[in-house]
Design a protein. Structure first.
Length: 309
């Protein structure tokens, strides 16, 4: 679902419900019970307002239902992972798991899946809409990346935009950007990320991101060069607001000097470019969230930069 956030502060508008909890996934890979307990602690912390959904594969929903504390509210983003599992498992089986899980009082706010070549996106949207009891939810299609995009971005985003236009009113359709991975060639270049942002903006497609965004600012960590989530969201928001043109996106995405990335109650921006709180909030309808295998790590980094008190 696209995100409606506060317009009172640019900082608040940027960080509100920004980080989905993907602690079940590598490199954290927490056991289910540990991940759920940590998620509950985050929800009770002073930074709960920064957190979003708990991300879980459909294949682990039965395990989640058995492990969760009863009567504790839980909002999920479900990875429809049948295509990555053994032959014979299907999207319908994943959706049946969702139905059984939500009967236990769990809210499903979003579904995510890889839009591999040959995936019929409109049929997936129809099937998901028919199998969920959620009043509103988002459906995020990931365009696979392995040393390059699996298909031309303009073509892929145009297809997602078409599904978005024909989806039921309660379904928010968008694209998912993977910014890193454990295998070589799974981290897109600055130029590839910029191309994704431009294509999403051109086709008016909301997006969320995942993987590799452990730190606010682009840099080398443990010998690995990683994208920064501040770089990504300041670039996307600046593009949406008309404050950045496509030619400057790579400069923002490549920035490694934290003071150049501006976040304060009045504006966010890069270098001399500024976007006010109202425009940040409007852009968050399109630049929605990112999944992180750690909630504490990005929050602690923001605190060290003086951006969260």
């Amino acid at each position: 679902m696209t995100t409606t956030v506060s317009t009172d502060s640019a900082k608040r508008a940027l960080f509100e419900r920004l980080i989905d909890d993907a602690s079940l996934f590598p490199p954290a890979g927490l056991p289910m019970r540990s991940a759920l307990r940590a998620h509950a602690r985050h929800r009770e912390s002073a930074y709960a307002w920064v957190g979003g959904s708990f991300v879980v594969p459909a294949s682990r929903l039965t395990e989640l239902v058995a492990a969760r504390e009863p009567n504790v509210p839980l909002t999920l983003s479900v990875i429809l992972d049948a295509a990555q599992r053994a032959k014979g498992d299907t999207l319908a089986a994943d959706l049946d798991r969702v139905v059984r899980a939500t009967a236990d009082g769990i809210t499903v706010a979003a579904f995510e899946l890889k839009a591999a070549p040959g995936t019929t996106l409109d049929r997936v949207a129809t099937a998901v809409a028919a199998h969920t009891t959620s009043a509103q939810f988002a459906l995020w299609y990931e365009i696979p990346y392995a040393g390059g995009w699996s298909r031309p971005l303009d073509e892929a985003l145009a297809e997602i935009a078409a599904v978005r236009q024909t989806a039921p009113p309660n379904v928010a359709v968008g694209a998912k950007l993977r910014c890193g991975g454990l295998a070589p060639g799974t981290t897109p270049s600055v130029e590839d990320v910029a191309a994704f942002l431009v294509a999403a903006q051109a086709h008016d497609v909301p997006w969320k991101a995942t993987a590799g965004l452990h730190h606010p600012v682009r840099g080398t960590h443990d010998g690995v060069l990683m994208h920064g989530f501040l770089n990504l969201f300041i670039a996307g928001i600046g593009l949406h607001a008309g404050a950045l043109d496509a030619g400057h996106l790579t400069n923002v995405l490549a920035e490694e000097d934290p003071p150049e990335l501006v976040v304060d109650p009045t504006h966010i921006g890069w270098s001399e470019i500024r976007v006010d709180a109202g425009a940040v909030a409007a852009a968050r309808e399109r630049c929605v969230a990112f999944g992180s295998c750690s909630f504490a790590e990005p929050v602690d980094d923001l605190r060290e930069l003086g951006l969260l008190l």
